[in-house]
Design a protein. Structure first.
Length: 267
């Protein structure tokens, strides 16, 4: 476990890295005894710094929801992080590439809550009951902590990713809002186009067999910290494709069939 002073220092480094768009080296290498709990403690301290700047939390994201990603990260459960208000971008618009360091793009479903969800004991059915509507979303992930060490090329650990807001950096909502019981969410599919070429396809069932399962897991996971999901929160349920790398000038288009589409361009 890390000391409080170390946790505060690492959070300040991440806060500055996001502002200055610079990458940090792996915390897990500098601090071999680092734990998952340390990662979340750093994340919470970083949130305080953002809130001191006037930023607000508009929801949460859930990451590492697919079995393949969990195996690659050597963990057995997802991770999570807050969605800050300045991470939201309008669909169909231009997004400044300079806001990011090494952005990648994923397709997801977003749950917009109409009622609060407070664990423990929250179930998938509680999530469906509390959700006002579900919309297609594209998440822009980024790495304030290097994905691969600049010298050894070793991949970062899950502790690093958790510290780094679970890699979240931007959210684009769009498409057609649907009531959660009006469609079988497990069978919602998506095609992710980059510059007119389909790069990834997937089904929402890849997210823990049902995307609402992750929202229930999150409500229960944050409960011991005295936290809950609130009415109005946007919850990104997890990607059901691999991330696609982006460069300046790239156009992205997520096609979710009957749920519509989400598009944007990096400029």
């Amino acid at each position: 476990m890390l000391t409080n002073d170390t946790i505060t220092s690492l959070a300040q480094q991440l806060y500055q890295a996001r502002k200055q768009r610079t990458q940090l080296r792996h915390f897990s290498t500098q601090h071999p005894g680092m734990t998952v709990e340390d990662g979340y403690a750093i994340q919470r301290e970083w949130v305080k710094l953002e809130q001191a700047d006037g930023r607000t939390i508009k929801g949460r994201k859930i990451g590492l929801t697919s079995r393949a990603m969990q195996q690659a990260s050597q963990i057995t459960e997802p991770d999570y992080a807050p969605l800050m208000d300045d991470m939201f971008f309008d669909a169909g618009g231009d997004i400044p590439f300079e806001r990011f360091i090494a952005p990648r793009v994923e397709v997801e479903l977003a749950f917009i809550l109409g009622k609060p969800l407070k664990g423990p004991g929250v179930t998938l059915f509680d999530v469906l009951s509390a959700t006002d509507y579900v919309v297609p979303a594209i998440e822009i992930i980024d790495a304030r902590i290097e994905q691969f060490d600049r010298d050894t090329r070793a991949m970062r650990k899950v502790f690093d990713t958790i510290s780094d807001f679970a890699a979240n950096a931007g959210i684009v909502l769009g498409g057609r809002p649907v009531k959660p019981l009006d469609v079988d969410l497990r069978w919602v599919g998506a095609l992710l186009h980059k510059n007119g070429v389909i790069e990834e396809t997937g089904l929402a069932a890849a997210v823990l067999n049902h995307p609402a399962t992750g929202v229930a897991w999150l409500a229960n996971k944050i409960a011991p910290h005295g936290e809950q999901l609130n009415a109005g929160d946007v919850v990104l349920a997890g990607s059901f494709t691999r991330p696609v790398a982006a460069v300046q000038g790239d156009n992205f288009h997520g096609d979710y069939g009957p749920l519509g589409s989400v598009s944007f361009r990096f400029v």
